[in-house]
Design a protein around this ligand. Structure first.
Ligand code: SF4
Ligand code: SF4
Length: 394
């Protein structure tokens, strides 16, 4: 992991990293074996239980979002991962179709499957939500899923929306999903707390990674959810995978994954992979989440350097006179430049239903990002993707 740059500059940057507070005073995060409460090893793999659901899962599973080679899924399952995470919208449905073809010959009790349905606004009826889920089930060729999420709401109102919650509860009652949950990229503390408040959701799936070290309210909300008995599944643990747009400086992804798992309120994680060597790295983390001093130093350095990851703090909301959804646009930017997933970046931009010429009438940007991003230049950069025909990117 970017050793030459890292070591050459580390002394210069250590002071900034320490000031940023990453792992400040946390001497426990060293090479000593880590034995978090509630973890146990089975077959050499560390498992935790997803709250009151009782589902016991490895601490690292598979986010299928960007997988286009089914052998990666096969390798993950054969390597002891048990939870596969997809969504109705991933790869325009091909992601669920791939899983349906691959999983039909596997014993149903040998894996857990989670999918997600986006509400597409407050107006979506209970029936429309269920019809969307029906399409997912046809693609997946399954009788039931283990977790059905409301995909990516960013407010308390959206989490508690009567229509969407009624659909989720009806599907759970019918046994078509065993558990219901909510995923969130932004305004996470409010979303997680609303899930707890509902007394209906079983699972929350927030973005959680080392770049959020200085956002204690998110950690607190996650703790509250775990203490209320909800299962907590971390996504975006790799914080964008690269911290530079040119992808010359990769984040130490194993260290980042281990960092998320130091939090005992995180029950498991679903990092997305696209290559076999990434999966091999994640297998190793499944057997040992203890962090070395070098891994801690890598993360401290990477935090000091900024990077591309918008951690969804929403400090920028309300600043743009055009009321642009800046955090969502920054997420699309990360998909394009961090993940190099142009199709996902494009579909994220499309889902925002933006006007034709965003930022065009501003002589200077009014948005101050807590992360220090030059928001206008990043928006102008990613907005070009809307000019590319979607079928060219699919
Ligand atoms: S330049 Fe900044 S203030 Fe102007 S529309 Fe774009 S994001 Fe909003
Ligand atoms: S202030 Fe910056 S980091 Fe926070 S949500 Fe806005 S763009 Fe993301």
């Amino acid at each position: 992991m970017h050793k030459s740059f890292n070591r050459r500059n580390f002394l210069k940057l250590t002071a900034a990293g320490a000031a940023g507070g990453l792992f400040a005073g946390s001497g426990k995060l060293n090479a000593a074996p880590f034995k978090p409460i509630g973890s146990e090893k089975s077959g050499g793999i560390i498992h935790r239980t997803l709250g009151k659901t009782g589902m016991k899962v490895p601490v690292v599973n598979l986010g299928v979002m960007r997988v286009d080679n089914p052998r990666i899924v096969t390798m993950a399952l054969d390597g002891g991962m048990t939870l596969l995470d997809t969504a109705h919208g991933y790869q325009n449905g091909r992601n669920e179709e791939m899983l349906g073809t691959l999983l039909k010959d596997r014993p149903r009790e040998s894996f857990y499957l989670a999918t997600k349905v986006s509400a597409r606004g407050a107006d979506m009826t209970t029936e429309e939500f269920i019809e969307t889920f029906d399409i997912s089930m046809q693609r997946l060729q399954l009788e039931y899923v283990d977790i059905l999420y409301l995909h990516g709401p960013s407010s308390r109102e959206a989490v508690l929306n009567e229509n969407h919650l009624a659909a989720l509860m009806k599907l759970r009652k019918q046994g078509r999903t065993r558990f219901i949950g909510v995923t969130t990229h932004s305004n996470e503390a409010e979303v997680v707390r609303a899930a707890v408040e509902s007394r209906e959701y079983d699972i929350v799936c927030p973005a959680y990674n080392f770049r959020m070290e200085n956002l204690p309210d998110i950690k607190l909300a996650i703790k509250e959810a775990a203490e209320a008995g909800l299962g907590v599944i971390a996504m975006k643990t790799m914080a964008g995978a690269y911290w530079d747009r040119e992808r010359q400086e990769p984040i130490n992804t194993s260290a980042a994954l281990k960092y998320a798992l130091q939090n005992e309120n995180i029950h498991t994680s679903i990092p997305g992979v696209t290559a076999f060597h990434e999966l091999e790295e994640n297998f190793k983390v499944n057997t040992d989440i203890g962090m070395t001093n070098e891994e801690i130093q890598d993360l401290r350095l990477e935090q000091a350097l900024g990077g591309m990851y918008c951690f969804g703090c929403e400090a920028c909301l309300g600043q743009c006179p055009e009321n642009l959804p800046v955090p969502d646009i920054m997420r699309s930017y990360m998909y394009a430049h961090g993940y190099r997933d142009l199709s996902l970046a494009r579909s994220t931009m499309d889902s925002l239903a933006l006007a034709g010429n965003i930022c065009g009438s501003c002589s200077s940007c009014k948005v101050n990002c807590a992360q220090g991003f030059d928001i206008a230049s990043k928006i102008r950069d990613i907005d070009r993707i809307r000019q590319i025909p979607s079928d060219f990117l699919a």
